[in-house]
Design a protein around this ligand. Structure first.
Ligand code: NAG
Length: 405
């Protein structure tokens, strides 16, 4: 409905987007999502817009609520294959807790996922989203399962590490290309075959080729005409000519006197002939390549026969991440539009609210600091007064005033 309306409003004709799954998390979210029971102490997701947000209702998502826990939650949808179609997986992540270590990704499974037993080893088709652990790991995972193996993207795609909501989008196209967008802007793109190890290398070094024995790879050689000068060899150390036998030296007691050794200023080190261009130099030998007999082209790397579930299978040290606006569709335009309508509308007011809170916190801290200072000063005054009084008392003792007598 919304899509039709939007098309009409904008006068844009979307190529009839198919929405396979869409979740904006309202009060009834738990009816659609199943908690894994693989472990008894999995962390709980709770519905909340968080500490700051753009819209108190619309920005409600599910938040990890317990520190140092595994989380396992999934939802099913009607089974589909992306063969011959574009696939878009998109959602928002907000690490409002200022995450130190924890996953922020989704896994998209085939329809036979055993939801109540979902766990880290449950086979999936695609894993996508941010992962942060310390300063060393801040990346966007894009993992494809291909013939039973999980293949990691070879490029380093950096994720956002601030406390705000961010939109993550993965686009996989039937021409075997992909694109990762963050906040509706391209973060990475390329060929599936080039950026994952789906297939073995197309060519390999020819196992039958061998560098000829007489292949000369030396660019420079010793100059055959260069010879060592006659007077080259000098000892490295010589007795110090300035040293004198001490007057009180007793040859019988101290042994025969020998002057200390010093560096010989005439010593030239080891002689080496000059280097000249090697007339027989043939360049570096390049191992010839041949077609890899193991290589078999596959024009359907992008394609999965069966998608049917999406889930959060996470470990979080510091909980507080909010997931929202999950979308799986075949339309890049629709996903962008949905991103605009959700994250796009949220981001500025969310930032404003956070800035206002920070400002309040700052003021409160200043206020507290001021109070603390005032109290400190007051205490100091008291102490000084007490000290003065004590002094006075001492004076009093020494010289009692008249009217006290
Ligand atoms: C989403 O928003 C951006 C920025 O305002 C705009 O350029 C783009 O056209 C929008 N996309 C759609 C599909 O409406």
């Amino acid at each position: 409905m919304k899509v039709v309306l939007l098309c009409a409003l904008l006068g844009i004709a979307f190529a009839d987007p198919t929405v396979y799954f869409k979740e904006e998390f309202g009060d009834d979210w738990a009816e659609r999502w199943v908690e894994s029971k693989h472990k008894s102490d999995l962390g709980k997701f709770v519905l909340t817009a968080g500490k700051f947000y753009g819209d108190a209702e619309k920005d409600k998502g599910i938040q990890t609520s317990q520190d140092a826990r595994f989380y396992g939650l999934s939802a099913k949808f009607d089974k589909f294959s992306n063969e011959g179609k574009t696939l878009v997986i998109q959602f928002t992540v907000k690490h409002e807790q200022n995450i130190d270590c924890g996953g922020g990704y989704v896994k998209v499974f085939s329809s036979d996922l055993d939801q109540s037993d979902m766990h880290g080893e449950s086979p999936y088709n695609i894993m996508f989203g941010p992962d942060i652990c310390g300063p060393g790991t801040k990346k966007v995972h894009v993992i494809f399962n291909y013939k039973g193996k999980n293949l990691l993207v070879k490029k380093d795609i950096r994720c956002k590490d601030d406390v705000f909501s961010h939109l993550y989008t993965l686009i996989v196209r039937p021409d075997n290309t992909y694109e990762v967008k963050i906040d509706n802007e391209k973060a990475e793109s390329g060929d599936l075959e080039a950026d994952w190890d789906f297939l073995p290398a197309k060519t390999i070094p020819d196992p039958d080729a061998k560098k000829p024995d007489d292949w000369d790879e030396r660019e420079k050689i010793d100059d055959p005409d260069d010879t060592k000068p006659e007077d080259w060899d000098k000892p490295e150390h010589i007795p110090d000519p300035e040293a004198k036998k001490p007057d009180d030296w007793d040859d019988e007691m101290d042994g025969e006197w020998e002057p200390p050794m010093i560096d010989n200023p005439e010593y030239k080190g080891e002689w080496k002939p000059k280097q000249v261009d090697n007339p027989d130099y043939k360049g570096k030998w390049v191992h010839p390549e041949i077609d890899n007999p193991e290589y078999e082209a596959d024009d359907k790397l992008y394609s999965f026969a069966d998608f049917g579930a999406i889930g959060f299978d996470l470990w979080q040290v510091k909980a507080g991440t909010i997931f929202d606006n999950v979308l799986i569709t075949d339309s890049v335009e629709y996903a962008e539009e949905f991103g605009n309508e959700t994250w796009g509308k949220t981001k500025d007011p969310e930032k404003k609210m956070k800035d206002a809170q920070d400002e309040e916190d700052r003021k409160a801290r200043e206020e507290e600091e001021k109070k603390r200072k005032e109290e400190e000063d007051a205490n100091k005054d008291d102490e000084e007064e007490e000290a003065e009084e004590e002094e006075e008392e001492e004076d009093d003792d020494a010289a009692p005033e008249k009217d006290e007598l």
